[in-house]
Design a protein around this ligand. Structure first.
Ligand code: UFG
Length: 327
C-alpha cells in the first residue's frame, strides 16, 4: 500500500516544496487548501482537496477518503505585522483552525501530526543560539498562536495519544533548485524576495528597517534556511513518527546568522545586480538577532541542511524574479 500524507496548506510556499520532497520519497501528498494564499499551480504531486481548515467535517472526510499515515499542518496566516493589526484573524485561522484539525484527527483516529511552528514563539531570546528548552515568550499575536498550538498538541498527546513534531522554522527562503516552484507571496514582505525585486527593477528600492542595531554592521541578523532543507525535515519528521517517535519540538535553521547587509552583498555577488536601498527607522517588533541551535534536529531527525548557505539561497530564488545567476 502506498504511503500518503495529508498536507494542509500544501499549495503554499513551504507546503508545496514539502509535497515535492514527499513525492520524491514515495509518499503521496494529498493537499488540503482553501487557496486563499496558496496557488493551484503549486499542487503538482498529488490530489487537491479544496476546503477550509476550520471545516472539521470536510477534513475528517478527506482523512477517511485518503487514509493518510500522517497530517502535515501548514495552513495558517503568517504575517507578523498583520497579526498585530488583526489578531482575530490569527486566533481564528490558526488556533480555532488547529482545534478543528485536532478534532478531525480524534474523530478519525489519525494519530500523527507534523506542525509548522516558528522561531516567533521565542520572542526576544535571553541568549544565542536559541535552543528548544529556552523560555517561549512571543512578542506578537502570530507567535502566540503558534505557541498555543504547540501547547494544545502536548495536551492532545497526553490525553488522546496523538503524537506530533512541532518544527520551529527560522527564516524560510530560497526556492526549488529545479525551478518547479517559486516563492510567491501577496503581499510580499520578506527581505530576500523584496531585495531581489529591487535588484530586478520590479520595485524602486528596498527599504532597510534600521541600521543602528548593536550588531557588527548595524542591521538585523536572521537565520535563513532553504525551503528545500525545510521540506526534507518534514519528510524526516513523518518517518520519525512512523517509527514510533514521541512528541518532539525542533528548531530548523542553518545554525548561523546573516545580517541584512550581508544578504544584500550576496545578491550583488550572485546576480551582479546591486540592490538599491533606502535606510528607514527600525520596524516595530523586530528582534535584533535570531539564530538557531540545530543540534536537536540533527540528533533526532538527522537534519543536515544542504542548500542553506546564503549564496545558494539567493541563486535558487533569483530566477523567480527574472535575474540571472553568475556562473
Ligand atoms: N527587512 C528589511 N526590509 C524589508 C523586509 C525585511 O529591512 O523590506 C528586514 C527586517 O527588518 C528583518 C529582516 O529583514 O530584520 C528579515 O525580515 P523578514 O520580514 O524577511 O523576516 P522576519 O525575520 O521578520 O520574519 C520571519 C518569518 C516570520 C516569523 C519571524 C520570527 O517570516 O514568519 O521570522 O521573528 F514569525
Amino acid at each position: 500500500m502506498s504511503r500518503v500524507a495529508l498536507v494542509t496548506g500544501g499549495a503554499g510556499f513551504i507546503g508545496s516544496h514539502t509535497c515535492k520532497r514527499l513525492a520524491e520519497q514515495g509518499i503521496v501528498p494529498v493537499v488540503y487548501d482553501n487557496l486563499s494564499t496558496g496557488h493551484r499551480a503549486n499542487v503538482k504531486w498529488g490530489p487537491l482537496v479544496e476546503g477550509a481548515i476550520e471545516d472539521k467535517e470536510r477534513l475528517a472526510a478527506a482523512i477517511r477518503t485518503h487514509s493518510p499515515e500522517c497530517l502535515i499542518h501548514f495552513a495558517a496566516s503568517a504575517y507578523v505585522g498583520e497579526s498585530v493589526e488583526d489578531p482575530g484573524k490569527y486566533y481564528t485561522n490558526n488556533v480555532a483552525g488547529s482545534i478543528a484539525l485536532l478534532e478531525a484527527c480524534r474523530a478519525t483516529g489519525l494519530g500523527r501530526i507534523v506542525f509548522s511552528s516558528s522561531c516567533a514563539t521565542y520572542g526576544i531570546p535571553p541568549q544565542l543560539p536559541i535552543t528548544e528548552d529556552m523560555v517561549q515568550l512571543p512578542i506578537n499575536p502570530y507567535g502566540r498562536t503558534k505557541l498555543m498550538i504547540e501547547l494544545m498538541l502536548g495536551d492532545y498527546a497526553r490525553a488522546y495519544g496523538i503524537r506530533s513534531v512541532a518544527l520551529r522554522y527560522f527564516n524560510a527562503a530560497g526556492a526549488d533548485p529545479e525551478g518547479q516552484l517559486t516563492e510567491k507571496h501577496d503581499p510580499e514582505t520578506h527581505l530576500i524576495p523584496r531585495a531581489l525585486m529591487a535588484a530586478a527593477g520590479r520595485i524602486d528600492r528596498l527599504d532597510v528597517f534600521g541600521d543602528d542595531y548593536a550588531t557588527p554592521d548595524g542591521t538585523c541578523i536572521r537565520d535563513y534556511i532553504h525551503v528545500t532543507d525545510l521540506a526534507d525535515a518534514h519528510v524526516a519528521a513523518v518517518n520519525y513518527l512512523r517509527d514510533g517517535g514521541e512528541v518532539l519540538h525542533a528548531n530548523l535553521g542553518s545554525g548561523h546568522g546573516t545580517s541584512v547587509r550581508q544578504v544584500l552583498s550576496a545578491i550583488d555577488r550572485v546576480t551582479g545586480r546591486p540592490v538599491p536601498v533606502q535606510m528607514l527607522p527600525r520596524r516595530p517588533g523586530d528582534p535584533p538577532v535570531l539564530y538557531a541551535d540545530t543540534n536537536w534536529a540533527r540528533q533526532r531527525l538527522g537534519f543536515r541542511p544542504q542548500l542553506s548557505d546564503i549564496d545558494t539561497i539567493i541563486a535558487t530564488a533569483a530566477p523567480s524574479f527574472g535575474l540571472e545567476v553568475r556562473s
